[in-house]
Design a protein around this ligand. Structure first.
Ligand code: BG6
Length: 501
């Protein structure tokens, strides 16, 4: 038998070959992508650049069309010019890509449709029928709802009314719907949206998108936890003393005043991005790595999060609003909307009982970064310093999601010299130096997943409802409490410190 060291290096190649072949995804089948809200900020900044990038890399099917819809009465030619302008701004095209750009622009069509006007959907159906034969695209349809949450159910009803629902699909064809976050505005509206969508599309056809789940570093949390033997045995309340998740941005709401006034940070970032990070870092191992096995565990974890009552919220929730928010465009001068939230929450299950999870997210903070820090307890005896010095060198695993893409392990080491002094040091893995391949951007990956029908990185109906139950309990218990002002580019409101005591 080979010694272990030889076996492991011999095994590396076969592992790499397996992983590479496993990652090779077949091209999606020919289809038409219909974007509702083609003029939205999201479509301009994220969707069209991602679709163009997919096309330029040859990842889109041979025959595809992208049909933009919206209220604007513009022609396909005007729409193409608009999209070309957005690509120039948000996805600068290199000289080598001008042919690809021309080909991509040629695949765009525009149909005027008032989302709330059922009659416009008959026109859309006819245009789709024409497009499917002219472009040889076939009748597979991917609907993408890049629209405010309040409009989604009406669009779905109208699709159904026009015979474009998922349950009306003919044999051998597929229809799928991607729904952007926020999915509803609270538990009640999310349930209602689930009920309406569920009447028109089956759950396998529904892709509730949270672009955080398309990030390499977020997907890597599960790989880190479940492909290594050394972390999982200590990944629990017996060894971990707290977990903290930070989603900080050093910019404000930009030009999304109207959106923020309706949403606020808890619904914009906490309900989805933050709770999904928590689910990834805290969920149980799935029975296998199939989409629903993973999503079962995430749902179970979210369901185990303790809901808040008013007295709990007083101790465990801090909300804030950055100074100057009231002067942002489309913001009410007396607005009580939060642009910052910090929450201490508990997961009531066998693995995590009693371990505090701190989540902090906000706009206009001192820096832009997303990070999860898992902090471990002290050794039973501290030989190298005063008894209370343990937290100074506490062991931590730190997942830096962005802007750097790293994982660091923090531990104590002897400072060189005569004295025995311990300092914290880091062992660091960095995506940019360990791998030469560039990962896919989140929208790039998730669009491909949706076309291929892979639901692993999309949020299931039950999870979305559990997440809303948590956020609703926080919001309800905050009723009557105004967010605390905080200075732009600070760490948030001053009372944040109380949360960690
Ligand atoms: C979006 C939120 O979902 O995520 C924004 O609506 C936020 O408010 C953004 O800025 C952050 O995403 P990323 O990938 O830029 O960190």
């Amino acid at each position: 038998m080979l010694p272990r060291s030889v076996m492991s290096s011999a095994g590396t190649d076969s592992l790499r070959t397996r992983a590479e072949s496993g990652n090779m995804r077949k091209k999606p089948e020919n289809c038409i992508i219909v974007i509702f809200g083609a003029g939205s900020d999201l479509a301009s900044r994220k969707l069209f650049p991602a679709l163009f990038e997919l096309a330029a890399r040859g990842h889109l099917p041979e025959h595809y069309l992208i049909m933009g819809t919206g209220r604007a009465g513009i022609s396909t030619e005007e729409f193409r010019r608009e999209v070309a302008g957005k690509l120039a701004k948000f996805a600068p095209v290199g000289p080598d890509k001008t042919d690809a750009l021309e080909a991509f622009i040629g695949r765009l069509r525009y149909v005027k449709a008032d989302f709330l006007e059922p009659g416009d959907y008959d026109n859309l159906r006819e245009q789709l029928a024409d497009a499917s034969s002219i472009g040889a695209c076939g009748s597979n349809l991917l609907f993408y709802l890049a629209i405010p949450p309040g409009l989604a159910s009406q669009v779905v009803r109208n699709l159904d009314g026009a015979g474009l629902g998922g349950r009306q699909v003919r044999c051998g064809e597929w229809r799928k719907i991607v729904v952007e976050k926020p999915y509803g505005t609270n538990l009640g509206t999310a349930r209602e949206l689930n009920r309406i969508i569920g009447g028109v599309f089956s759950e396998e056809q529904v892709f509730r998108i949270d672009h955080y789940l398309g990030k390499e570093t977020v997907q890597n949390i599960l790989v880190f936890r479940f492909s290594n033997g050394i972390f999982e045995p200590i990944w629990n309340r017996h060894f971990i003393v707290n977990v903290s998740i930070t989603i900080a941005e050093d910019f404000g709401i930009r030009d999304r005043g109207a959106f923020y006034e309706e949403t606020g940070l808890l619904r914009d970032i906490f309900q989805n991005h933050a709770l999904q990070l928590l689910a990834a870092v805290a969920m149980e191992p799935p029975v296998d790595f199939a989409a629903d096995s993973v999503r079962d565990e995430k749902a179970k974890l979210l369901r185990s999060i303790r809901l808040f009552d008013a007295s709990e919220a007083l101790r465990s929730v801090v909300t804030g609003q950055y100074e100057g928010y009231h002067s942002e465009k489309n913001v009410d001068p007396g607005s009580p909307v939060e642009t910052f939230a910090a929450v201490k929450l508990f997961v009531d299950n066998w693995r995590w009982k009693g371990v505090p999870f701190f989540i902090r997210a906000g706009k206009n903070l001192s820096e832009t970064m997303t990070e999860i820090t898992v902090t471990f307890g002290c050794p039973p005896q501290n030989f190298f310093g005063p008894a209370d010095s343990c937290s100074y060198i506490a062991n931590q695993v730190i997942f830096r999601i962005q802007p750097e893409e790293t994982i660091a392990v923090r531990f104590g080491a002897k400072r060189p010299g005569e004295e025995l002094i311990t300092d914290p040091v880091f062992m660091k893995f960095d995506y940019s130096t360990s791998f030469s391949e560039k990962g896919l951007t989140p929208y790039h990956r998730l669009l491909l997943d949706a076309m291929a029908g892979d639901q692993m990185n999309f949020i299931r109906q039950d999870s979305v409802e559990y997440s809303w139950a948590i956020v609703d309990s926080i919001r309800k218990s905050l009723e009557g409490r105004l967010p605390e002002p905080y200075a732009v580019h600070s760490n948030g409101p001053e009372s944040l410190q109380d949360l960690y005591r």
